[in-house]
Every structure is written in structure tokens, then in C-alpha cells.
Design a protein around this ligand. Structure first.
Ligand code: MF3
Ligand code: CO
Ligand code: CO
Length: 255
């Protein structure tokens, strides 16, 4: 499938959807504390997206996913299902928000700390965030997707972490997951050529231990096989004529 190039009208809608997704993460931050359950965080986000933003939480019923956000704690890599688990001091959690506004998707995730996590957990969180930004720094017309993957892989593996290969970033627009696949590992100068008007996510899942993962019997929750901590940060990116614009930053800050 060819990679779609968004029109100026579509880009305007992507900006709105991206900002809304970022604002959900801002809104939820003070609630992410010891004693709260991931199910409670889901309920707060659901209400905010539906009633305040008049938007749609994209994960709900997506391929059968039962909740409105993903919450992935400690050795959960991604797609954690919110439920009765209570966050406690020392946990790290990724919250992944995707909203649909006016037909377009905005997709972003970040890590939160509950109290002070173990050093190894703090470290993989920092490395995964740096990986995201090293990937973003590669994005400009004429570069290749392999340049993004390579930058991420080098930084992760150069710091004794590993890159999850089973899941990747993705084109995004009217469709939640569209072409291209944005791998978080790769070879520079290879892969799809990046063009202005493309919109896609970069969302490296980085493990403190080995890269192997498995899916729990719920059919969704992805964990590290070795139970090492895993961390992920995600932004939705627009390719511009001279570089890129991060659509899921509320205030232009670099995180
Ligand atoms: N938001 C995730 C992503 O970054 C996808 C979640 S799909 C779900 O692509 F069904 F698990 F919600
Ligand atoms: Co995504
Ligand atoms: Co996401």
C-alpha cells in the first residue's frame, strides 16, 4: 500500500487530534499516584475524552480491546488492559492515549513514575525517551525510515538495552494504523523514503533486559519474557518541507 500524503485540510485536523491526545496525558498526570488503579485512570480518561473533548477514545473496541486507554506497568511492554491493579511506590507505567476527533487520530504515550523507581527502571525510561527523540531528529523529506530505526537501535543497544521488534510505529490519519510500518531498528539509507505530508508515529519499546516478549492469555498484554522492565514513549509526527512537526506536544516542549 502506498503511504498517504495528507492535504492541508487533513493536516489541520491531525493537529487538533494530536493536541487533544497530548492534553489527555497532561490531564491524567496528577492522578497517576500510589493507590490508584489502572481501571480508575481509564475511567477518568474516558470521561474526559468523551465529555470534555467530545472526541472518541480509539482503543475502545478496537479489534476487541475492552478499554479506552492502555496502561503498561513495569515489565508490561505495551497494550496493558486497565483493571484492578493498584499502582504502588516504585512502579513505572506507560499510559497510551489515542483519540479520534473529526475523523482523525492522534496517538501519544509516555511513562510516569510512582515515587522513586529502581535505578534500572529509571534508566530504561530515560533511554527510551532519548530513543524517541533521536528517531524524531531523523525525520525530514528525503530521509528513509531505516534512518529512524537505526538511530533508535544504536542508542538502545549502545546503552545495554534492547529494542522490541514485534511492534512498531505506524502511519496514522483517518485510519488508526496505516502504512508505513515504522520499525525501531534498521539500516540507514534503506526503507521507505520520507515525504512532506506524511503522518506517522514513532513509539520505541525498549527493554532493560533481552528483547523477547510474549502475549498473556488475555490476548493483549505484552510482557518481557525475562520480566525485565520495559519503557515506551510515543509521538505522532507530521513531515514538513524542512523537517517535522510533533503533533502530540501540547506546548511545544521537547517531551
Ligand atoms: N495506541 C497503541 C499504538 O500506539 C495501539 C493500541 S491498540 C489497542 O499504536 F487496541 F491496544 F488499544
Ligand atoms: Co501508535
Ligand atoms: Co499509542
Amino acid at each position: 500500500m502506498a503511504v498517504s500524503i495528507k492535504t492541508p485540510e487533513e493536516i489541520a485536523k491531525m493537529r487538533v487530534a494530536g493536541r487533544l491526545a497530548a492534553e489527555v496525558l497532561e490531564m491524567i498526570e496528577p492522578h497517576v499516584a500510589a493507590g490508584v488503579t489502572t481501571g480508575e485512570l481509564d475511567a477518568i480518561c474516558h470521561r474526559y475524552i468523551v465529555e470534555e473533548q467530545r472526541a472518541i477514545p480509539a482503543p475502545l473496541n478496537y479489534r476487541g480491546f475492552p478499554k479506552s486507554i492502555c496502561t503498561s506497568v513495569n515489565h508490561v511492554v505495551c497494550h496493558g488492559i486497565p483493571g484492578d491493579r493498584r499502582l504502588k511506590r516504585g512502579d513505572i507505567v506507560n499510559i497510551d492515549i489515542t483519540v479520534i476527533k473529526d475523523g482523525f487520530h492522534g496517538d501519544t504515550s509516555r511513562m510516569f513514575f510512582i515515587g522513586k523507581p529502581p535505578l534500572i527502571a529509571e534508566r530504561v525510561t530515560r533511554i527510551s525517551r532519548e530513543c524517541l527523540w533521536r528517531g524524531i531528529d531523523q525525520v525530514r523529506p528525503g530521509a528513509r525510515l531505516g534512518d529512524i530505526g537505526h538511530a533508535i537501535q544504536q542508542h538502545a543497544e549502545g546503552n545495554n538495552c534492547s529494542v522490541v521488534r514485534e511492534f512498531c510505529g505506524h502511519g496514522i490519519g483517518r485510519v488508526f494504523h496505516e502504512d508505513p510500518q515504522v520499525l525501531h531498528y534498521g539500516v540507514p539509507g534503506t526503507g521507505v523514503r520520507i515525504e512532506a505530508g506524511m503522518t506517522f508515529t514513532i513509539e520505541p519499546m525498549i527493554n532493560a533486559g533481552r528483547r523477547g516478549v510474549k502475549i498473556l492469555p488475555d490476548g493483549w498484554t505484552v510482557i518481557t519474557k525475562d520480566r525485565s522492565h520495559s519503557a515506551q514513549w510515543e509521538h505522532t509526527i507530521l513531515v514538513t518541507p524542512d523537517g517535522c512537526e510533533v503533533l502530540t506536544v501540547a506546548d511545544g516542549a521537547r517531551d
